[in-house]
Design a protein around this ligand. Sequence first.
Ligand code: ADP
Length: 162
Amino acid sequence: MNREAVYPGTFDPVTNGHLDIIKRALQMFDQITVAVVDKPGKDLLFTTQERIKMLRKTVGNLSKVRVERFEGLLVDYLQRRNIFVIIRGLRAVSDFEYEFQIALMNRKLNSEIESVFLMPSQEYTYLSSSLIKEVVKFGGRMDGLVPGIIEKALKKKFALTK
Ligand code: ADP
């Protein structure tokens, strides 16, 4: 049996924390689909196309990972793709309440779908895309927190380089 899972998120932009979760998920599943949410009106730095492109460049060498866009209800997307596992990352207690709510709602919407929570390596537990954006905006260093190409893309967005 081919074990597949979807790792959904905004990925604005992808960080080493997300990559840590993808690598852990690959130890449990044969194929991971990273599903990038396309939600108009969300206050994001990068467009959906940019977020997908950056992810593809970052996980391009991992043959068991594909990156796709999705819109609408996550459970409907999984059903269409015939996948029944959702991967989410848990950093701290603060993530728990929100994730718990979403997981139970998804279960209510489709009881065949299970959510699996993975914890990243400790050094990424304080890391979030939003925090990264704040730090870069004010010229802070991102060593070891995002892949090199993401750091470049962020600096370009904030016009810190030509
Ligand atoms: P969303 O808007 O769906 O929360 P994110 O891109 O912020 O999208 O996060 C996607 C998933 O990755 C979430 O489950 C989130 O908890 C997890 N995640 C984000 N950053 C990290 C990190 N540093 N370590 C582990 N998991 C993370």
